[in-house]
Design a protein around this ligand. Sequence first.
Ligand code: ZN
Length: 153
Amino acid sequence: MAIRRIMIYGKDDVLRKKAKPVAKIDERILELLDDMAETMRHADGVGLAAPQVGILRRVVVIDVGEGLIELINPEIVEASGQQRGAEGCLSIPGVRGEVIRPERVKVKALNRKGESIEITGTGLLARALCHEIDHLDGILFIDKVVPGTLVEG
Ligand code: ZN
């Protein structure tokens, strides 16, 4: 495992590009998953998407304190409710802002064995799922921030 460099908004254009689906879960994807988990933990984050380490593949890792979640080709298939809360991003250091997200989402994805999985998240997990899946389409939380709520810190 290795810690990879986290791409920074304003400097690394890759953050604005759309990631491609993973066609085959090979050794490189497994290594990417391992490195992303290590990089996320090292940076003290709760989620990381592959474009944030410069790889345009639809791969996400999340850990909101309930254990590591690895998602390949994730898709939000259901969303309900609404929550408003502060969000930050490892690729946009030094700022936070409020974003409105669904309170609950259901996500379909593949795990590292290539098996179909479904996970339902509420609260912080729902927020993290939405934030990371947005990264796969080049969307950043600052695009959705409630006007006037972006602050340093
Ligand atoms: Zn982010």
